[in-house]
Design a protein around this ligand. Structure first.
Ligand code: ATP
Length: 140
């Protein structure tokens, strides 16, 4: 089976979407292997989103991601990485509401920044993010 990282962003946690999102996760056949609540500081958020450091929205993204605690989970299931990405829907939650009305981002997101959840986009990212949040944990 495959593992991936699901992260409920500060707007998802403060908007009380955690239980609803977990219900969707479990009903979709994932197991939640680990979970932890983390308050990211600027350094940690910038490290997590390092690939976006040159984007115009980067400073806003860091402000958003440090605005409150996030819930990080390790999900497991066959095809977990692609299936969780599919379940959350497109990056822009406004678009998600139109094109993927049953997606997680349609349910709890606001726009292209405040989109309430994250999912690893590849096996490499899943591995990196797992050891980022759960020291010593590997996807294999
Ligand atoms: P994530 O990596 O969080 O799962 P994603 O892979 O769907 O999201 P990315 O393109 O990797 O999208 O962007 C990372 C995050 O940066 C987005 O989830 C969103 O919070 C923020 N973001 C992306 N595009 C924009 C934008 N145009 N304006 C503001 N914020 C953005």
């Amino acid at each position: 089976k495959e593992k991936t990282i699901a992260l409920i962003k500060p707007d998802g946690v403060s908007g009380n979407y955690t239980d609803g999102i977990k219900r969707v996760i479990l009903e979709s056949g994932f197991s939640i292997l680990r979970e932890t609540i983390v308050q990211l500081d600027e350094d940690k958020a910038a490290n997590f989103y390092a690939e976006h450091s040159s984007r115009t929205f980067f400073s806003s993204l860091i402000k958003y991601m440090t605005s409150g605690p996030v819930l990080v989970m390790v999900l497991e299931k066959e095809n977990a990485i692609a299936d969780w990405r599919g379940l959350i829907g497109p990056t822009d939650a406004r678009k998600a509401k139109i094109t993927h009305p049953h997606s997680v981002r349609a349910m709890c997101g606001l726009d292209s920044e405040k989109n309430c959840v994250h999912g690893s986009d590849s096996a490499l990212s899943a591995q990196r993010e797992m050891s980022f949040f759960f020291k010593g944990m590997s996807s294999g």
